[in-house]
Design a protein around this ligand. Structure first.
Ligand SMILES: [Zn+2]
Length: 528
């Protein structure tokens, strides 16, 4: 009789653990997860062993672990379309404010996910609470500790690359792998590299004013300028035949905002060369200041994103905190008011960091509703793509206002350069968001406009239809009159780095090819 209660415990707890996969994977097909036989047997064996555990604190700890890891995992999966990677787990703890904001804006898409999670936890806890008469054994908890410990031990022995997540397995399977890898590797020291330091040689600056606009989550393949089928970039299109304007297909240096800013402003290139960030030998703000430029950053985002970007070499730094009220009222147009009010120097290096086109993409329609095309709510991909395209129309309008302001305050000897920190996935292969090591996330625009200056300044980009963040960083330096030489460059390879570069991380090597950008197989750096 007592064993029947163990059986009931096993069934209810197993059902609870697998509910997200059964409902969101198999029934509503909101996630790509399924329940392969091996996962099913594994969960049943684990729950059956757990049913013999006597210590209520051990049970509570297991329930707590499942709730914590699955809350992060299932929400990540529902939002991004894929399992969480161990390297993104720390972000779930440090970027809580941003995550709550995004979640709040997606209630209409995520409510069924949250209900399923509540039901899942309800089942697991009830299974534990209402089977008090089940047979219990004093040392069953040892088996549970062994079961929970085996994956981290394997992660330690085999290294994180053996713990890639599997997009069609259960959420719990992927949680166990990602969190085991995270526990073992997040604190591990990175192997040092034998890279040689950069050298910088200085000459006369090529132009007096460099305005660099760093966009947000903008992928070139959704811009009409680059061939997208909706006319969402009328202003940039109008520059196409302007002899002072040119554009290229950009490749970002990473897939997350924070890393991209660190890598870009430090002209980072070789995987694992964190010394380059610590020493800041090729930091663009540093080079600009050395060359007598007054340096400015106007950012519509949180200043913590500028960690390790060389803000110590910035004369005027204003972030979201300083412009909060104006940004809330006017959106990124508030940046232009601040731009117009800057006390300029004789030579100026101005960085403008945008908030748009950050998710939720529909949020920008309120500033200029006349620019938005009606959104079709047929499915998530088409809805997101239309909102994104509308946000690009807003972006194009913003660029026009920005260029007009720059023409007023810096009418001569000026270049404006643009790129985005990273691109965005909008339903490609069922994937959304950024932060994933996928080629689409690295797709960004790069353009340059010379204002009252020699149009030979645009030749370098005109001659290179594919232009990476690294190429662009070196080019900005050369405009400032600083030539960066990096003895560690490979003749053909460039790299897209992971979203956390201070521990062992995954990167994507790529080469310029006649067809465009050819990505090679992902590799790892810094593993012991
Ligand atoms: Zn970003």
């Amino acid at each position: 009789m007592v064993l029947i209660q163990n059986l009931i415990f096993t069934l209810i707890v197993s059902l609870g653990i697998l509910l997200p996969d059964l409902f969101l994977g198999h029934i509503s097909k909101l996630l790509t997860c399924t329940v392969p036989l091996t996962n099913l047997l594994g969960v049943i064996a684990f729950s059956a062993t757990l049913s013999f555990v006597r210590n209520k604190w051990a049970l509570a700890a297991v329930a707590g672990l499942i709730i914590l890891t699955q809350t992060i995992q299932v929400n990540h999966w529902a939002y991004f379309g894929a399992s969480i990677h161990s390297q993104d787990i720390s972000k779930a703890f440090v970027e809580l404010d941003e995550i709550t904001q995004t979640g709040a804006s997606l209630v209409h898409q995520l409510w069924s996910v949250w209900l399923t999670l509540l039901a899942s936890y309800g089942l697991i806890i009830s299974g534990m609470l209402y089977t008090k008469k089940r047979k219990q054994l004093p040392f069953a908890w040892v088996l549970i500790v062994l079961a929970l410990g085996i994956t981290p031990v394997l992660a330690h022995i085999k290294g994180p690359s053996s713990f890639y997540t599997k997009p069609t397995y259960t959420t719990i399977y992927n949680s166990v792998r990602a969190f085991s890898d995270w526990i073992v590797h997040s604190k591990s020291t990175v192997k040092s590299h034998d890279y040689k330091p950069y050298t910088v040689t200085y000459s006369a600056p090529k132009v007096k004013n460099v305005v660099l606009i760093m966009g947000e989550s903008l992928s070139s393949r959704y811009m009409h300028l680059y061939g997208y089928n909706q006319p969402n970039t009328p202003y940039l299109d109008s520059l196409k035949n302007n002899p002072n304007f040119t554009y290229a297909k950009g490749v970002s240096s990473s897939v997350s905002t924070r890393t991209c800013l660190q890598l870009f402003f430090n002209t980072f290139h070789n995987p694992g060369f964190v010394e380059c960030i610590r020493k800041k030998d090729a930091n663009l703000f540093r080079l600009a200041r050395h060359q007598g430029y007054k340096t400015f950053v106007l950012s519509a985002q949180n200043e913590k994103l500028f960690h390790d970007t060389g803000t110590e070499f910035v004369d005027v730094f204003a972030s979201e905190k300083e412009m909060h009220q104006a940004l809330t009222q006017k959106g990124d147009e508030a940046l232009l008011d601040n731009l117009a009010a800057l006390e300029l120097g004789d030579k100026n290096f101005i960085v403008i960091h945008l908030r748009h086109i950050h998710c939720p993409f529909g949020a920008y329609a309120k500033y200029h509703p006349e620019l938005a095309v009606t959104v079709d709510h047929k499915n998530r991909a088409s809805e997101t793509q239309q909102e994104y395209s509308n946000a690009i129309a807003y972006h194009d309008y913003w660029v026009k206002q920005c260029i007009e302001r720059v023409q007023k305050i810096l009418p001569t000897d000026t270049v404006v350069l643009f790129t985005s920190d990273h691109g965005q996935l909008l339903g490609e292969r069922g994937l959304f968001g950024h932060n994933q090591m996928q080629p689409e996330v690295t797709d960004v625009p790069v353009w340059i406009l010379a204002i009252g200056a020699n149009n030979a300044l645009i030749t370098e980009i005109k001659n290179h239809p594919i232009y990476s963040h690294y190429d662009l960083g070196k080019h900005v330096a050369s405009l400032l009159g600083a030539t960066i030489s990096n003895p560690n460059e490979h003749p053909t390879l460039q790299y897209v780095h992971g979203s956390e570069i201070y521990s062992a991380y995954e990167y994507m090597p790529w080469e310029k090819s006649a067809q465009g950008v050819a990505f090679l197989e992902n590799r790892w750096v810094g593993q012991n």
